[in-house]
Design a protein around this ligand. Structure first.
Ligand code: DX5
Ligand code: ZN
Length: 225
């Protein structure tokens, strides 16, 4: 089985040393850098904004995978695009016109992702699948790192994999929340090709990062590089 791409969530990094942390996780084999943006309104937590994305941009050439858990979202798309985001992922519940939001992201020249909360059905994608570049299946309720993987989401991953294959389009299927080496394997078997991992990537400090990423990919550190 092809190893998944790993997108470490910097939510679990040391915020006092964020630039160094991004460099270290990049050098350890991260494929993308996952940035969790929270507004204390759409989700019950506050994190970072476009200024931090801009400050981190010079620290890695890997794609910045920016997960927007904010409502309203449209007004902030341009700022995140200019700050250096490569992928902008939004939740359909974050605004009344998610199709328009996707159009706006594409208009900014960025890849567009749709994130499905644990209770949001795959069917939500029916009229978006031909426009998007990524589907992010949330395997926890958004808002915090370190939660446990909700096993019912494996069925949704399988359903989304079928939709993507049927579309014939180049769409990434990403899973976010509670990803460990064990749930990573289950998610990949269900059809995921990108895994977000916060706690599991950053646990143990920089000396462990390469081994952590390799364990999530199901490879040894050397193969994982
Ligand atoms: C949760 C975030 C996740 C989170 C994952 O709202 O979207 O990206 O940081 O953290 P872990 O991997 O620790 O569950
Ligand atoms: Zn996330």
């Amino acid at each position: 089985m092809t190893p998944p791409l790993i997108s470490p969530s910097i939510l679990s990094a040391d915020f006092a040393r964020l630039g160094e942390e991004v460099r270290a996780i990049d050098e350890a084999g991260a494929d993308w850098i996952h940035v969790d943006v929270m507004d204390g309104h759409f989700v019950p937590n506050l994190t970072i904004g476009p200024m931090v994305v801009k400050a981190l941009r010079p620290h890695s050439n890997k794609p910045f995978d920016v997960h927007l858990m904010i409502s309203p979202v449209d007004a902030y798309l341009e700022a995140f695009a200019e700050a250096g985001a490569d992928i902008l992922t939004v939740h359909p519940e974050a605004g009344p016109h998610v199709h328009r939001t996707v159009q706006a992201i594409k208009g900014l020249g960025k890849k567009a992702g749709i994130s499905l909360n644990p209770a949001t059905p795959a069917k939500m994608l029916d009229y978006l699948i031909d426009e998007i570049d990524l589907v992010l299946v949330m395997s926890v309720n958004p808002g915090f790192g370190g939660q446990s993987f909700i096993a019912s989401q494996l069925k949704k991953i399988e359903a989304v994999r079928k939709m993507i294959d049927k579309s014939g389009r180049d769409i990434r299927l990403e899973v976010d929340g509670g990803v460990t080496p064990e749930t990573a394997r289950q998610s990949v078997e269900a059809g995921a090709d990108v895994l977000v991992a916060g706690s599991a990537s950053f646990t143990g400090g920089p000396a462990r990062y390469a081994a952590n990423i390799a364990a999530l990919k199901g490879t040894t550190p050397e193969e994982g590089q």
